[in-house]
Design a protein around this ligand. Sequence first.
Ligand code: AMP
Length: 631
Amino acid sequence: MTTYKEYHARSLRDPTGFWADQARLIDWHQPFSQVLDYSTPPFAKWFVGGTTNLAHNAIDRHLATRGDQPALIYVSTETGEEKTYTFRQLYREVNRVAGMLKGLGVTRGNRVLIYMPMIAEATFAMLACARIGAIHSVVFGGFAAVSLATRIDDAQPTVIVSADAGSRAGKPVPYKLLLDEAIELAKFPPSKVLLVDRKLAEMKRVPGRDVDYATLRAQHMNDEVPCEWLESSEPSYILYTSGTTGTPKGVQRDTGGYAVALAASMRDIFCCEAGDTFFSTSDIGWVVGHSYIVYAPLIVGATTVMYEGVPVRPDGGIWWSIVEKYKVNVMFSSPTAIRVLKKHDPALLRKYDLASLRLLFLAGEPLDEPTARWISDGIGKPVIDNYWQTETGWPILGISRGIQALPSKFGSPGVPAAGYSVKIFDEATGAELTQPHRKGVVAIEGPLPPGCMTTVWGDDDRYVRTYWTSVPSKHVYSTFDWGIRDEDGYFFILGRTDDVINVAGHRLGTREIEESLSSHPNVAEVAVVGVADALKGQVAMAFAILKDATKADTLEKKLAHEGEMMKVVDSQLGAVARPARVHFVSVLPKTRSGKLLRRSIQALAEGREPGDLTTIEDPSALQQIKDAIHA
Ligand code: AMP
């Protein structure tokens, strides 16, 4: 039996042999001629010349053996809908939507933006794009008009697929309304908008542009649309994520490498195989939803559960009732969701029969020990942390139980997954820190393994500049996370090195929020930082200098102004980016050269010492931050 150490070592020593073996996990239409082309680093091309298709691997190849097995189980506690689609039924629906999209003029390489709530049609649309070689760009429903418009203009979709509304805790959340606003703002509006009418909200239609999903579906009932065979490196999708600058980056994913990496991760890390049922509580708008609601479970022939609703409605037992009813084997969620459950009756964890459940994976943000213990003891199952990013598409760090049952360590997401050469670098000198317990930047030595981002959509230069030059060592990808490694090779993640914050597992750029707040007519300057929060991990906190401070010179006026500014963020970026508090100050702490001392603001907001202040221009600015927080 191979130890995990040997397995991982081989993946780095002999990447071509290792990944050629993994490539057998999926179907290829035409075999590849070269496993890896790394002739123009940091751009890595995996499985060169091989042609394949994600929808074929997720659906078609299972039809002969598991056509009647459930592929997608859809549960909505918002509408009460519950529906199971077998692989054959999923095949039919995806062919219909593929036919619909083609009919609307979408061809291979075109972009299709999907702005949808958690409904089965969103999954059909993603897989239909994959089928016809269109590149999907799913935008999380929590994003509002300005965020959406930025993404429309960057991806320039031919078609947008959307719906009248989503629903959260029983309240309709408008989609179409925000979409219309976004299209109005966009410089590159789509030619057609395909709309699912859930009858949750009124929907105005733009003649000639807006098309009704149900009506069009009826015209494509019997469509059979052959899969487009894509070269392995052809893009499958774009997924936007936040970074240091205000403009989100379109993470571009390939096709063949992604399918192979997901299949390998299901075997090695998630221990999930054909016939199993996998339940990821994420949203399709995030990377976890792309990889572990839609593609990975289906690629390996497992059943995937898609859930619309909050974790505590009708009560905190809803997920466990789903586990019991559908005999879920593997679950994937986030620490924040578990902290939400923690506020509810722990007896709910024992109310349902969880015999089918083997493992619960948590990711997206640091997992604190009390939360890990509470849920592990509560459901009596192993709880496994794993660490990755939108950019990588699948875990960088984890415990590959499928290879060897390594023990977990509290506070650590684990050891590098196969294919990842993870190292720690000194931020100032760029030197690798080889000794254990030294804090530095977590970085990955190139080439990135299959499945990771291949570039920033439309901007190769930005890809190189952003990820491959911030650690001054050649061919090293920066994760922008601080970390340490212990003597056993386990990594501990200690927060971001950049201006990205993580609110309830959602990644947000503080610059985006600052830009949005700055558009309020009375804001002269604003700083947004992430502040530790017991429930959400972090929340955004804003400190603003007003042009006319008299507009907030009483408590009442302050609160009104704060509310107004939150509304600006709500309407532009979405409630997901709304700061928890907006404080008003007359000066912000800056260096003499005018750089905002964000880390000091954050430290003060968290009740810590502000750190090195030798370069501060006006020390009274710190007192103002302290006073504002304690006011
Ligand atoms: P996203 O791209 O939205 O998945 O966010 C990625 C970021 O979330 C990482 O760079 C980390 O800062 C954080 N993150 C993800 N998973 C973990 C984890 N298991 N432990 C600590 N931080 C995590």
